[in-house]
Ligand binder design. Structure first.
Ligand code: GMT
Length: 376
């Protein structure tokens, strides 16, 4: 099958999922065309059956604001025509799904039409989707797609609730490649980061306010009242400066390591004992799944789709959003009870493989593509 993939190429779970999906589809013999404004980060190596088409936004003096959405639609038409796309898979409703819809209506004069599959990832519904002026466009993009998926039950329900639509939505969860996300021996990690792999917490995100990165520092502060503990923060974004300031105010400079954006995630995750995800909004929590696959239990908030990934009392602990004391207590239970820790750690690996293995999830997408392609 010839498949076009539209995604955000920068850091962020939706781009990661889209890229790993494309790579896996290409391995299975499909031809995959990534259409976006920059090379997706996880597309670092050459791979057979994968093509990248860069969207360039033309600059005309008359236009004060150049439209990426239109440029993307034009590029999709071009690729659809020459690569004879069967399916265009849009990750994130705005602008990808809208641009695919527009392109599909433009393409019929020059080529065969393709089928549009839209995958909803989270804030495209929970933030952008409730924005008054954008809501009708998000709704249109969903209603006009040939198939729509959401990464969790929670997100499917939110979509129905926020948009008042009755379009069928399949839940296809995010996935993990357990051969890539697996625990790296502590000895190796120790050399890289100088930790002893004990009493180290880790958080990985884009440091947007919804991630509540400051909570991770407050949790560390509370845990340290009982146990000498360190925190590794991976990623960057709007709350990085606030997080650094809070660290200094609390006198934790020696105990918090700000690493910025990093790609060696399995090594980094393996250098820690507990993953923190205290988010205020999270449709799935791909970063938690990546940690679980590396045998790292999760302590986080019981909001959104997190509980569909982390099972409270089995592979992690979930507490009400913002409940620093409860999360700190859960961290301490894990750090202080070796037997409990080992059980949670094994459960985390086992559950991530059984429920979110890349092979089974990619097959779900292939089945969906076959279904839409056969539709009249
Ligand atoms: O909107 C975001 O926060 C970014 C978005 C992304 O592109 O990474 O994250 C969403 O999609 C991820 C992949 O499906 C999910 O794992 C995240 O939970 C989700 N973020 C939110 O819902 C806040």
């Amino acid at each position: 099958m010839n498949i076009g993939i539209l995604c955000y190429p920068t850091y962020g779970g939706s781009g990661v999922v889209a890229t790993e999906l494309g790579k896996s589809l290409a391995t299975k013999g499909h031809t995959v065309h990534f259409i976006t404004y920059a090379m997706p980060l996880r597309l670092e190596k050459f791979q057979d059956n994968i093509f990248f088409h860069e969207v360039e936004v033309p600059h005309y003096p008359l236009f004060d604001f150049q439209s990426y959405d239109i440029a993307l639609a034009g590029k999709i038409v071009d690729v659809a025509r020459f690569a004879r796309l069967d399916v265009v898979h849009a990750h994130y409703a705005i602008p990808h799904s809208i641009s695919a819809y527009l392109a599909n209506n433009a393409v019929h004069n020059v080529s065969k039409r393709f089928k549009v599959v839209t995958t909803l990832h989270g804030t495209d519904i929970t933030l952008v989707g409730v924005e008054r002026n954008l809501k009708p466009l998000v709704r249109l993009s969903i209603e006009q797609s040939h198939a729509v998926t959401a990464v969790s039950e929670y997100l499917r329900n939110q979509t129905y609730e926020n948009l008042s639509i009755n379009t069928p939505i399949d839940v296809i969860p995010n996935f993990i490649d357990p051969t890539i996300y697996s625990k790296v021996p502590c000895e190796k990690v120790k050399r890289i980061f100088g930790t002893d792999c004990k009493n180290v917490l880790i958080h990985v995100s884009n440091f947007r306010p919804v991630k509540r990165v400051l909570d991770t520092i407050h949790i560390l502060n509370k845990v340290r009242e009982t146990l000498d503990t360190q925190l590794i923060l991976v990623g960057d974004g709007p709350d990085r400066t606030n997080a650094e300031r809070l660290t200094r105010e609390l006198g934790l400079e020696e105990n918090v390591l700000f690493l910025g954006k990093q790609s060696a995630l399995p090594e980094l995750l393996s250098s820690a004992r507990v993953f923190l995800l205290p988010s205020g909004e999270e449709s799935f929590g791909l970063s938690a799944l990546e940690a679980m696959s590396c045998e790292i239990p999760v302590v986080g908030s019981n909001i959104g789709g997190i509980s569909e990934v982390v099972t409270h009392g089995r592979n992690g602990f979930l507490a009400p959003m913002g409940d620093i004391d409860a999360m700190a207590q859960y961290v301490l239970r894990l750090l202080q009870d070796e037997a409990l820790y080992n059980t949670f750690s094994q459960n985390a690996r086992q559950d991530s493989i059984e429920r979110f293995h890349i092979d089974s999830v990619v097959t779900m997408y292939e089945d969906l593509y076959n279904r839409v392609v056969e539709q009249q």
